[in-house]
Write a protein that binds this ligand. Structure first.
Ligand SMILES: Cc1cc2nc3c(=O)[nH]c(=O)nc-3n(C[C@H](O)[C@H](O)[C@H](O)COP(=O)(O)O)c2cc1C
Length: 314
């Protein structure tokens, strides 16, 4: 149904990738995504490589489908991270939050397929130059760590697609069949979902975080640290709202106790990274339902548009 370069390179039926997210992108969530025909990703940004090794082992018990690993370069604590990832026997890796020249050659020499996350055209051209197999083009409406000059997916995707030949996975605002079809129209061959996957039934985060996403309006995120890197987009809470116009405090110092928020449910204990698309999520649903509905609706919308607007009338 979706046969393209992304399905071929990733070995999946449905070109949807679950975003890497520290502590969240582990086997419970990632195996549900892979078992649904899309691609689960295991994070390394938590830095807990011993735990990650066990999580990758657990993936092999929980699914016989492909999955990948992410290296978020800014958060790498162990210099042997590349050898660690290569040693896990995975074939697909995404690299983010750093220069594509740092790890691409080593990963590709070991036979891995490498997609690099880019927030600008300049970064995209640099990644292609570095030899990546594909790009994850991440619009500034998405959750997580961001370029300090955020550019929305609607501008970024067609711009980059017009200047590179490698396959593109769109991230930032991707949530359903409508956004997936739009991303394809703009030049992508796959989508990556972060916030939607945080809200999924199999996501390991506390129900308070999922409910906060369900309750959020599209205006309920804040863009922090635009003046003191790394910039990030997060859910608006008392803590993050106070930081929004405080250009003196680096928001990273306010991350405080992430696990109390992630798994204890205290939404003021830390910062809940979150995309604007929270405003389009209105229930907690199983991963398989999200992926199935997204894929079917995407194809139906593309077919309906083709029928509604034929190239030659009649
Ligand atoms: C809670 C959270 C944690 C994230 N952590 C990472 C990470 O460790 N590495 C990374 O490359 N991206 C990370 N991101 C960004 C996602 O990979 C993804 O590109 C982004 O969420 C897409 O936008 P969306 O939230 O609109 O789906 C994170 C996003 C969220 C919401």
């Amino acid at each position: 149904m979706f046969s393209n370069r992304v399905t071929e390179m990733l070995g999946v039926e449905i070109p949807i990738v679950q975003a890497p997210m520290g502590w969240i992108a582990r086997s419970q969530l990632a195996s549900a995504v892979s078992n649904a025909g899309a691609l689960g990703i295991i994070e390394t940004s938590s830095g807990e490589l011993d735990v990650i090794r066990d999580e990758i082992r657990a993936m092999r018990d929980l699914t016989d489908k492909p999955f990948g690993v992410n290296i978020a370069q800014a958060f790498v604590r162990d210099p042997a991270i590349v050898d660690f990832v290569i040693g896990q026997g995975v074939t697909f890796v995404t690299t983010s939050a750093g220069s594509p020249t740092r790890y691409t050659a080593q990963l590709k020499d070991a036979g891995l397929t490498v997609f690099h996350v880019v927030p600008t055209l300049r970064a995209a051209l640099k990644a292609v130059e570095a030899g990546v197999d594909g790009l994850i083009v991440e619009g500034g409406e998405g959750g997580g760590f961001k370029s300090p000059t955020p550019v929305a997916s609607m501008v970024l995707l067609p711009l980059i697609a017009s200047q590179v030949d490698v396959p593109i996975i769109a991230a930032g605002g991707m949530v359903d069949g409508a956004t997936m079809a739009a991303a394809f129209a703009l030049g992508a061959e796959g989508v990556q979902m972060g916030t939607r996957m945080v809200s999924a039934a199999e996501s390991p985060v506390h129900d308070n975080w999922k409910q906060a996403i369900v309750d959020a309006a599209e205006t309920d995120t804040v863009f922090l640290n635009q003046h003191s890197s790394p910039a990030l987009r997060a859910l608006r809470t008392g803590r993050t709202g106070a930081l929004e116009f405080d250009h003196e405090t680096n928001a990273m110092t306010a991350f405080a106790n992430p696990l109390d928020l992630y798994f204890g449910g205290d939404m003021e204990a830390a910062i809940a990274l979150c995309g604007q698309v929270a405003g389009r999520i209105d229930s907690v649903r199983p991963v398989a339902d999200i992926i199935e509905e997204c894929a079917t609706d995407c194809l139906e919308r593309i077919a309906a548009l083709a029928a509604r607007y034929p190239v030659s009338p009649g």
